[in-house]
Design a protein around this ligand. Structure first.
Ligand code: SF4
Length: 214
């Protein structure tokens, strides 16, 4: 069994409620979305096939129990479920970040699912698989990348309509790095008392926005 892998690396988690913790990242190749602000376009095609055993060995070589499977879109490759099961069996805490357009209901229950809801500014909002929000549990997280006021209002309304603030572990509003007005987003969140966290991408402040594999 193989997966096409873009990169595996050990770093500081830059996003989610685990931001700031040490984490091993497994980035899978390919994505069927094209978000306007995508910062991992290099993962659309670059990568190499790796046997599951080699992927697990690479992850296990790092002194870290937190693993994030990401992309690209990690759920496009079906053997990713077997990888999750192997990592869970090793005692790892496994997170997966998905674009929100593919079903998440059949992933192993112990996996922490971080589901993106694409806002209008991404150009991909219409692709959302809305039933994903119905199967969220208190261990899962939701992320909205917010480019402007219209994106913010979209996110705020989805959060309210689906009661996300009480149904999952965390909801993140993430500005587009380098373009969203940070102070405006903070003011909107405060004014509306939206039950979400303001999430910057920590890794871009540590290593710079263009550095890969960190
Ligand atoms: S889903 Fe992620 S990898 Fe795919 S285009 Fe959007 S930001 Fe890029």
């Amino acid at each position: 069994m193989t997966l096409t892998i873009n990169e595996i690396f050990y770093s500081i988690q830059g996003e989610s409620s685990r931001a700031g913790e040490r984490c091993v990242f497994v980035r899978l190749t390919a994505c069927d979305l094209r978000c306007t602000w995508c910062d991992t376009a290099y993962a659309f095609t670059e990568g190499r096939k790796m046997p599951l055993d080699d992927i697990v060995a690479s992850v296990a070589s790092h002194p870290c129990d937190l693993v994030e499977i990401t992309g690209g879109e990690p759920l496009l490759q079906k053997p990713v479920v077997a990888l999750m099961e192997r990592l869970l069996a090793l005692g790892k805490t496994v997170m997966v970040e998905t674009g929100g357009h593919l079903p998440i209901h059949d992933l192993p229950p112990a996996v922490i699912r971080i589901v993106d809801v694409k806002c209008p500014g991404s150009g991909e909002a219409s692709r959302m698989h809305w039933p994903n929000l119905d199967v969220l549990t208190p261990r899962d997280e939701v992320k909205f990348v917010v480019g402007d006021r219209a994106d913010y209002e979209y996110a705020r309304d989805v959060i309210r309509r689906h009661d996300l603030g009480t149904r999952c572990a965390a909801v993140h509003l993430a500005p587009v790095h380098g373009s969203t007005d940070l102070q405006a987003l903070a003011a909107w969140m405060l004014e509306d008392a939206v039950p979400a966290r303001f999430q910057v991408q920590l890794h871009k402040y540590i290593w710079g926005p263009e550095v890969r594999g960190v």
